[in-house]
Structure formats: C-alpha cells, structure tokens
Write a protein that binds this ligand. Structure first.
Ligand SMILES: NC(=O)c1ccc[n+]([C@@H]2O[C@H](COP(=O)([O-])OP(=O)(O)OC[C@H]3O[C@@H](n4cnc5c(N)ncnc54)[C@H](O)[C@@H]3O)[C@@H](O)[C@H]2O)c1
Length: 258
C-alpha cells in the first residue's frame, strides 16, 4: 500500500530538481503522476525513470504560462483519468541576479509570469474538478525568499511572498469543498537552480564557511530535493487532512537563527 495509491497528481516543472524528486516519490507511493514540463528531454527522462521503477507517469510538454495549452492538458487528464487529486505548483525560474536599480521590467514580468501567475492559472484550472469531487490538494512550492531576502532577487522574492499570502486566500475559499491548500518553503537546496551566474551557490567557500561550518544552517548542510519531497508527500496524503492555509519551512533550521 502506497500513501498515494491511485491518486492523480500533477507536478509542474517535473523535469529536474525538486519537481523530479517529488514526481519520483509520488509514483513510488502509488500515484499516477502527470508530469508538466517545458523541457522535452528532461520530461522524457523523468517519465522513463518512473516507468523503469514500475510507476505510472503521464508526460506532457507544457509551458505553464501558456493558459490555453494548460487548460487543454488539464481537460485531457481529467477526462482520461476521471479525476484530479493533487496539483503541485513547483515550476519556477530564478534569473541572474539584479538590484531594482539595474533590473528590467521584462525580467520582472517574465519572473512574475512563471513564478506567480502560472500558479494562479494551474490552481484555477484544477479547482473545478476538485470542487466536483469535494476533495483535492493544492501544494505550492514557495521559498524562504518569500519572507527573507539575500538581495538582488526582487521579482523572485515578490512572487514567493505572494504565493504564501495566496495560500491563505485559497485555503479560505476552497475549504468548504474539502480542498486543502498548503505551501512549502525550501531553504538552500542543491538543484540546478542553485547555479546562479554560472556559480553553484551552495558549494562556494563562503557558503561552506558561514552556512555549514559556522552552522548558520543548524543542521550543517545544504538541502537535497529528497528533503523536500517527503514533506510534499505528507501534504498530498491522507495523513494531512485537517491542515490548510499553512506554510511548512524545510530549511535545516536556517530561518530559526540570527
Ligand atoms: N533550489 C533552491 O535552492 C530552492 C529554494 C527554495 C525554493 N525553491 C523552489 O523550488 C521549486 C523547484 O526549484 P528547483 O530548484 O528544482 O528548480 P530547477 O530550476 O532545478 O527546476 C525547475 C523546473 O521547472 C521547469 N520550468 C521552468 N519554467 C517553466 C515553465 N514556464 N513551464 C514549465 N516548466 C518550467 C524547468 O524546466 C525545470 O525543469 C521552485 O518553485 C523554486 O522556486 C528552490
């Protein structure tokens, strides 16, 4: 018996990093995992990985900012599978860093479009199916950057902060339909996203000295995708049934220090 046996779970940005890990773990727990990813190569690779492990994956190449295509994918899944149980809003970008002085409106709009507006789109598209079922889970992948900042990541921070606030609003609106809406805020994770301006941020000497050796991260290490996916499985599972509108911080204790 898996924790998600037979559940139809959509994961955006499923091709690498946290999305890949969440998808693999959901499939291992018995879910039919609908992989939504704009990169066809990584999409196919994760689908093959799940199939090789005996799991069920339905891969769809999708740019989550394309509302028309997103809507037709959701309809196809709902028709073929008969239901939609879980949406994990995970896809995001973290563009090269700028301050407000040298950032551009284009970068702001592109980042907000993927990291925030597409979260609204996906949630809006799956919610009617969950309302019909009187059951559903929407899980947003936010960030500790939604309430603290390393600087030079303005639109990313703004999107993540908005997601945390929107989690509350959605939870209040959708609770009457037994749709639980929660968010996860990862800390410093080792994924392809942590390569910024060509530098893998969690293995620089400064990072190691401050965050690891001096225990700015009390657990003394960078986070791995698997450290987050278990939390997402919990939120998607029947073990989580009386919790909504919440943010779970998965950061090795980073936000507990000063
Ligand atoms: N890596 C970290 O340190 C960290 C920390 C806190 C929060 N997060 C959050 O975790 C989530 C996953 O991050 P990650 O580190 O795995 O990132 P990543 O860059 O490794 O992976 C993101 C995936 O999303 C896909 N994607 C991006 N834009 C898309 C679009 N428009 N349509 C469809 N797919 C798209 C990418 O192709 C990629 O496969 C994000 O929401 C991110 O903000 C990451």
């Amino acid at each position: 018996m898996g924790l998600l046996d037979g559940k139809v779970c959509l994961v955006t940005g499923a091709g690498q990093g946290l999305g890949r890990s969440i998808s693999l773990e959901m499939a291992a727990e018995g879910a039919v995992v609908v992989l939504l990813e704009r990169n066809p190569e990584t999409l196919a690779a994760v689908a093959a990985e799940i199939a090789a492990a005996g799991g069920k994956a339905l891969p769809y190449e999708l740019d989550v900012t394309d509302y028309g295509r997103y809507a037709s994918v959701v309809e196809r899944v709902a028709t073929s599978q008969g239901r939609i149980d879980v949406l994990v809003n995970n896809a995001a970008i973290n563009p090269p860093t700028h301050t407000i002085l040298d950032d551009t409106l284009e970068n702001w709009r592109r980042t907000i479009g993927i990291n925030l507006e597409a979260v609204y789109m996906g949630s809006k598209l799956v919610a009617p199916h969950m309302v019909r079922q009187k059951d559903g889970r929407i899980i947003h992948i936010a960030s500790i950057q939604g309430f603290a900042s390393s600087g030079e990541t303005g639109p990313y921070n703004a999107a993540k902060g908005a997601i945390i606030a929107y989690t509350k609003s959605m939870a209040v609106e959708l609770g009457r339909y037994n749709i639980l809406v929660n968010a996860v805020a990862p800390g410093c994770m080792l994924t392809p996203m942590s390569v910024v301006n060509g530098v893998e941020e969690t293995s620089t000497p400064d990072f190691i000295e401050w965050y690891v050796d001096r225990r700015k991260i009390p657990l003394g290490r960078t986070g791995y995708p698997e450290d987050v996916s278990g939390t997402v499985i919990f939120l998607a599972s029947d073990y989580c049934r009386y919790m909504t509108g919440q943010l779970l911080v998965v950061d090795g204790g980073l936000m507990s220090t000063f």
